[in-house]
Design a binder for this molecule. Structure first.
Ligand SMILES: *Cc1c(COP(=O)(O)O)cnc(C)c1O
Length: 481
């Protein structure tokens, strides 16, 4: 199906609206008021009827694929189902018809919700204080790195502590965030399970190291068993540990980053706490710290004083404002509702099933596509398609063929330490039947790869666009039609 642009369907005289034939406004000659080149004779809107517009957008919407259309095993992104009741409640007028700059006494309910939510996150993560301001994981990392910098500035060590350690398996946003704050990145080698190579960590350790950024489970989906030793090495050196919480879905209710020795964490509400993301909505990434870093949190901070909840900007030592006004409040409301409806037992069950589901897929598929690391996985598993090279087939070809079978592909080529990586994260919200359909499709594709690889190389076959030129799209981007 090729989709025409509305402007291509335009036919002079067609219209979806009726304007009064006679205008009450006096006619003005724009050419007399403005230079000629500023005056447009037409604004170039398509001439189309109402049904044409409705059909155009309805058909476009049906081309989209989301977690509401089917299985979406995009590793590291935690595309779990977003309960609709949370959407409905977050749309109550008391939440939607308030403004971030309204006086505090008029929004006590919203402020209470945020304050309580901060306390719940502190309990879940083992941290002492939270800010709800950052709008995405990467923004949380940036905030965390600014806190690291402010902490060492305050100690008079900013000149010396210039380095951030990052494992070679890390998500790309980690080094980008640290570099944005002016830190120098030092790579730490990974073990064959994607973990921190402790021997190498000791080698690169010195008094210039400000912090290490880690995610646990690591990006290969494996629990970092040496984390307590890593924390000890860092703290003995006066350095901090930053936790990239994007993988918290594996640990909810089981263990807490605060207890592992992390000093600063960010959480991705849009991953772990079931709020829509990707095309479905904005993100939110609260940042939590241990007590001794509380004073550096960005402003405004939410406090309770004399039975009034206030949102205050007068925090000495704060890194300041990291965005204009408020947080992504509706995202917070949905995540808050998710935590309250799940309860502590529910959250623990969610992470247990998330891990079980990922291991189920790994066990079923690894005889056909070998696992990328020889270790038990947590909430996601990484397979390596490197054995398909003799057929001219790469990881991306398997993914493109999956689209023909009606599934969203897994994450490809991440983490970088695993060749031809296919990273699969089913999440806890998928049934065994759904996973079995996916596993069957993958097995069929493996068979096709050996018998008829062109089926994969030319896939997807049923989408409006099959294979865009990715290099050209990146290097020679042209977003005008
Ligand atoms: C998703 C993710 C991030 C970044 O989060 P955004 O909200 O996309 O900015 C960082 N680290 C890891 C491991 C992630 O999976």
């Amino acid at each position: 199906m090729t989709v025409k642009l509305l402007i291509e369907s335009s036919k002079k005289g067609n219209t979806g609206i009726h304007l009064p034939l006679k205008s009450n406004f006096p006619k003005t000659d724009l050419h007399q008021t403005f230079p000629n080149e500023w005056v447009r004779e037409t604004i170039g809107l398509p001439n189309v009827s109402e049904p044409e517009v409705v059909r155009h957008f309805t058909n476009l919407a049906s081309l989209n694929y989301g977690v509401d259309s089917g299985f979406y095993p995009l590793g590291s992104c935690t595309m779990k189902y977003n309960p609709k009741i949370n959407e409905k409640l977050a749309n109550l007028e008391g939440f939607t018809k308030t403004h971030p700059l309204q006086p505090d006494f008029t929004v006590q309910g919203n402020l209470y919700l945020m304050m309580h939510f901060e306390q719940l996150l502190a309990e879940i993560t083992g941290m002492d204080a939270f800010t709800l301001l950052p709008a995405a994981g990467a923004h949380g990392e940036l905030t965390g790195m600014m806190i690291v910098k402010a902490y060492f500035q305050n100690k008079g060590e900013a000149e010396k502590r210039t380095k951030i350690l990052i494992p070679e398996s890390a998500h790309g946003t980690n080094p980008a965030s640290a570099a944005s704050v002016g830190f120098e990145i030092v790579e730490v080698k990974s073990t064959n399970c994607g973990g921190v190579d402790v021997a190498h960590l000791k080698e690169v350790m010195n008094d210039q190291v400000a912090a290490i950024m880690l995610t646990n489970p690591n990006t290969a989906g494996v629990f970092e068993t040496d984390i307590l030793e890593v924390a000890e090495i860092m703290h003995q050196n006066g350095s901090l540990l930053y936790y990239d919480g994007a993988n918290l879905n594996a640990l909810l209710g089981q263990v807490r980053p605060g207890d592992m020795g992390f000093d600063i964490v960010h959480l991705n509400l849009h991953k772990t706490f079931s709020t829509p993301h990707g095309g479905g909505g904005p993100g939110s990434a609260p940042v939590g710290v241990k007590e001794y870093l509380r004073e550096y949190l960005p402003v405004p901070v939410i406090r309770e004083r004399n039975h009034q909840i206030t949102s205050e900007t007068d925090q000495f030592n704060s890194i300041g404002m990291i965005r204009l006004a408020g947080s992504n409040f509706q995202v917070i409301v949905k995540a808050y509702l998710y935590i309250l409806t799940m309860g502590s037992d529910g959250l623990k069950k969610a992470s247990s099933i998330a891990v079980l589901n990922a291991n189920y897929i790994k066990e079923k598929l690894s005889p056909f596509i070998p696992a990328g690391v020889p270790c038990i996985c947590m909430h996601e598993c990484v397979l390596s398609a490197k054995d398909f090279a003799p057929y001219g087939v790469q990881a991306k070809d398997i993914s493109k063929r999956l689209i023909d079978y009606g599934f969203h592909p897994p994450t490809n080529y991440f983490p970088l330490i695993i060749p031809e990586a296919l990273m699969i994260e089913p999440t806890e919200t998928e049934s065994k039947e759904t996973m079995d359909h996916f596993i069957d499709a993958m097995k069929k594709i493996v068979q096709e790869a050996k018998e008829n690889p062109s089926l994969l190389l030319e896939a997807p076959h049923y989408t409006p666009i099959s294979r865009p030129d990715e290099v050209k799209a990146a290097k020679d981007l042209n977003v005008t039609y």
